[in-house]
Design a protein around this ligand. Structure first.
Ligand code: CA
Length: 226
């Protein structure tokens, strides 16, 4: 029964299988090709002068997050990616990290940014603690409902060491650090930030901020370039 092993039918099947295998190989190759998922390299990088900055100020690589306290993806990024970045690169002195405010969610974003800038101005050491707790307070459901109020900010501030809440309250009421908030907004415009979080490694904008391998790769490339 199986004698006629070179039947045209069998050859057609074999050729088809070879073509399918080649197509699969081609698709895999394209998907693995870094060129097809290239990060956006710009000819400039955001100035971090006057920005809250974590890590060694002499670290060779700068990572900037354009973020919004009202944005759920920023909360998720801060909880899932940021700690890895800190332990792999900030704590090892290779990266310094800055946060720039984005006001995509209106008045609440503005209030949170104003508060964060005021905390930073008052005591730079207290900034990252405040930053972390404020994101933690973002409700995981109904984040669109109003939750950023002066009341909430003062409650957060009280839970962080070394913040003078009376001073913070008057700074918020007087829009004391509005200039800093506006400076951030100018950077958002200058770098054409459309999504939050947007992560930049020196002058490279990361396509998918949740792709930690891409972040690592961009940092390693930047380290080699130094
Ligand atoms: Ca700022």
């Amino acid at each position: 029964m199986m004698k006629n092993s070179n039947s045209p039918f069998k050859i057609v099947v074999i050729i088809t299988l070879v073509i399918v295998a080649l197509l699969i190989a081609l698709v895999v190759m394209i998907n693995n090709n870094p060129e097809s998922n290239e990060e956006k390299a710009l000819d400039k990088q955001p100035s971090i002068e006057g920005q809250p900055t974590l890590g060694d100020s002499n670290a060779p690589v700068t990572v900037v997050e354009f973020g919004d306290f009202k944005c759920p993806a920023c909360k998720a990024w801060g909880e899932n990616i940021f700690p890895q970045l800190v332990s792999d690169y900030v704590d090892t002195g290779k990266v310094k990290f800055s946060f720039i405010n984005v006001l995509f969610h209106g008045e609440e974003s503005k209030l949170a940014s104003l508060a964060a800038e005021s905390v930073y101005k008052q005591n730079p050491e207290a900034y990252w603690g405040f930053h972390k707790v404020l994101f933690k307070e973002q409700p995981s459901e109904n984040h669109d409902s109003k939750w950023i109020t002066t009341e909430k900010i003062l409650e957060v501030a009280r839970s962080v060491s070394n913040i003078d809440t009376e001073n913070l309250k008057s700074a918020i009421e007087n829009d004391s650090e509005m200039k800093e908030v506006n400076k951030d907004t100018e950077l958002v415009t200058e770098f054409d930030v459309k999504l939050t979080p947007t992560i930049m490694i020196n002058g490279t904008m990361i396509e998918d901020p949740f792709d930690y391998e891409a972040i690592k790769k961009a940092i390693e490339n930047a380290l080699e370039g130094n």
